[in-house]
Design a protein around this ligand. Sequence first.
Ligand SMILES: Nc1ncnc2c1ncn2[C@@H]1O[C@H](COP(=O)(O)OP(=O)(O)OP(=O)(O)O)[C@@H](O)[C@H]1O
Length: 260
Amino acid sequence: MTNPTDKLIELVNVTAGYGKNIVLRNVNLTINTNDFIGIIGPNGGGKTTLIKLLIGQLKPFTGEVIYHTKGNGSLIGYLPQASQIDKNFPISVREVVLSGLLEKKGIFGGYSRQQKSVALDLMKQVGIANLQNKSIGQLSGGQLQRALLCRALISDPQVLILDEPNTYVDSNFEGELYEMLRKLNERMAIVMVSHDLGTITSYVKTIACVNGTLFYHQSNQITNEQLAAYNCPIQIIAHGPVPHTVLLDHGKENQHNHNH
Ligand SMILES: Nc1ncnc2c1ncn2[C@@H]1O[C@H](COP(=O)(O)OP(=O)(O)OP(=O)(O)O)[C@@H](O)[C@H]1O
């Protein structure tokens, strides 16, 4: 049983979308200390919308998002999808990493010596310390991902949220990243969106399927039959040496409104 004080973020009966368009209905989700939740679902099913609700970038039409902040630490660290990053923005790797502390910048606008040293330690951990003065436009996808991971981690958050970390094309770092997440999960909750069921089932503890609403699955194993029942169609694709199971696009005829 989870102690009620272990709750970090709660979505209660949340319905949300854009303009008049409802994307998610009646979503209930609690993120607790030590959770490692994989978010899966078809394209356009509402995964990124769910993430936006969790990080407070989108307000629900109805329902509530409740944050249980503990201590002085920051609650959320966020690694956005690769496509959301403007690589032309003239900012160095070091500044990107430190920008994860914007709320904690000193009153004179500078970062403390200690904050700079934490930034350097993180960059060393993921092997980009030598790139710290480069502008982000000069980085490869994988290097940018590492910089953004440091940015998400620099505030030592209680919940780390990653939106499709495997789209940054760096197969060398992918395995390392997941091992790092496993370690980080000893001290922070993790919520990760992924299309790759192989990754999800090997690393996460529980799965939420998002497709117009949310179905929470209490384990990291999910059968094709269950996915079909949740209207989350799948496909096996071969990329690299290991075949991957991915979620198919939803045809309009598959749109559904039932609560998972
Ligand atoms: N800013 C926006 N304004 C209007 N509609 C939006 C906006 N962002 C997303 N949508 C719509 O909301 C729906 C859900 O989008 P969302 O990005 O949450 O899906 P997703 O599951 O993350 O998809 P993908 O797997 O393709 O990333 C889609 O129909 C999308 O077109």
